[in-house]
Write a protein that binds this ligand. Structure first.
Ligand code: ADP
Ligand code: MG
Ligand code: MG
Ligand code: MG
Length: 400
């Protein structure tokens, strides 16, 4: 029998105390719930004297969406925890350590990263993260290569794939990214001021066809174990460190979906910069940093991925001359298409981003929304024809 119930603060403290070699027996422990409470509880338990902490994340059996309650499987806590453990084994410097878990309680106990900042907030505050591209390029290349048919035995991959069937969370992505934004759905969240821009999406046949093809790829291309929700709110950063959290949407899907999530969210911040940069100089330098980071994310991904391929390929057929180039070009095209789709859904779909939505000046905010829609639409249409990552930069520059 499952003993699931949402933990109280006291229960979270008791659970934290039970983790071996972490807190001393006499330690006075402080506890707070720091999650946004939409899908999950996140408790931070801290030693009052040493300030050392621990994080307990617990899945809730529903999502709160616009007054409604949307049931969600608690098994996603197991999926998130197993994904964290697989990622940690591959790139331990880029993922929080898991200390303990309880599948019945849908709980994961993990390393406290409170000395880091959520990247979305850091970018809104105008910070640069010079090592981010190198770190995330490495994260993506290693986690995708070693969970794919390129880097793992094909039969073991099928067994692993079966452990990451994540229907409830995939449905959120299927609906909110690929379906609702392209029709007049009650699940959209369309600011009245850009209603006509949203309607233009619904009437854009070329765009809708590309979105249908991206959706098919999301549904059917079981290339690698994806993080599945790799936006800048799932990434903790400092000047010298990057840590990826929150893989509850993990499933076997197309590699470009993760890379596109990173790039699409950097471009959302790019579109929103007039709301955050106080001077023209700051605007230029912040946007230059973002575009250079996009190029570098792709280049670090590609160089890491090729190096792993040339060293650790397990599939002899994949060594066929010419295959690697075609494979990487396909990832590039998917990346660009998914980046665009991720941008559009954050402007007209259910769930928005703070980069754009918290711009106070309405005129500047509407301008940012339109810029994001223009870039997103162009990227989706470019996707299948793209030949070089530089094409993203050309589109982004032309849109502002
Ligand atoms: P959700 O899936 O509900 O979005 P997240 O895993 O993204 O949950 O966590 C929500 C918030 O809780 C994060 O934005 C961060 O502020 C905090 N948090 C989550 N994990 C950690 C961690 N390991 N260390 C410190 N804070 C964390
Ligand atoms: Mg959240
Ligand atoms: Mg999150
Ligand atoms: Mg999450």
């Amino acid at each position: 029998m499952s003993h699931y119930h949402p933990l109280t603060l006291d229960e979270a403290v008791a659970l934290a105390r039970s983790i071996p070699n972490h807190f001393s027996e006499q330690a006075e422990l402080l506890s707070e719930e720091i999650g946004d409470g939409n899908l999950n509880l996140v408790f931070r338990i801290t030693d009052a004297k040493t300030r050392k902490g621990i994080i307990i994340k617990q899945a809730l059996p529903y999502a709160k969406v616009v007054g409604e309650s949307w049931p969600l499987s608690l098994d996603r806590a197991r999926i998130e925890r197993e994904a964290l453990q697989i990622q940690y084994a591959l790139v331990p410097d880029l993922v929080p350590a898991v200390f303990n878990f309880d599948n019945d309680l849908a709980v994961t106990v993990m390393e406290d990263l409170s000395d880091h900042t959520i990247m979305r907030k850091g970018l809104i505050d105008g910070h640069h993260y010079p090592l981010f591209a190198e770190h995330i390029g490495k994260f993506i290349a290693h986690t995708l290569f070693y969970t794919s048919d390129l880097g793992m035995n094909q039969q073991q991959k099928k067994e692993q794939l079966a452990r990451f069937i994540n229907p409830d969370l995939c449905k959120i992505s299927e609906d909110l990214i690929f379906e609702d934004p392209y029709r007049d759905s009650p699940n959209n969240n369309i600011p009245e001021s850009i209603r006509t821009d949203a309607e233009a999406l619904w009437n854009d046949k070329e765009l809708k066809l590309e979105i249908a093809l991206l959706r098919e790829s999301f549904l059917t291309h079981t290339e690698a174990l994806l993080h599945g929700d790799l936006h800048t709110g799932s990434i903790f950063v400092t000047a010298s460190s990057t840590k990826v959290i929150d893989p509850e949407f993990a499933y076997y899907g197309p590699m470009g979906f993760d890379i596109g999530a990173v790039i699409g969210n950097l471009l959302l911040n790019y579109a929103a910069q007039p709301g955050w940069s106080a001077t023209a100089n700051k605007l230029n330098s912040q946007r230059e940093f973002l575009l250079q980071t996009i190029l570098n994310v792709w280049e670090h991904f590609e160089s890491n991925f090729i190096a792993l391929w040339n060293r650790d390929i397990v599939d002899i057929t994949a060594t066929t001359p010419g295959y690697q180039d075609i494979y990487i070009q396909k990832i590039l095209r998917d990346t660009i298409g998914f980046a665009g789709a991720k941008m559009i859904r954050r402007i007209v779909g259910l769930s928005h981003v703070a980069d754009v939505d918290t711009i106070e000046d309405e005129y500047v905010r509407i301008h940012a929304q339109r810029t994001a829609l223009r870039i997103g639409t162009s990227l989706v249409k470019l996707g299948r024809k793209a030949t070089h990552i530089q094409e993203i930069i050309t589109i982004a520059k032309a849109a502002v």
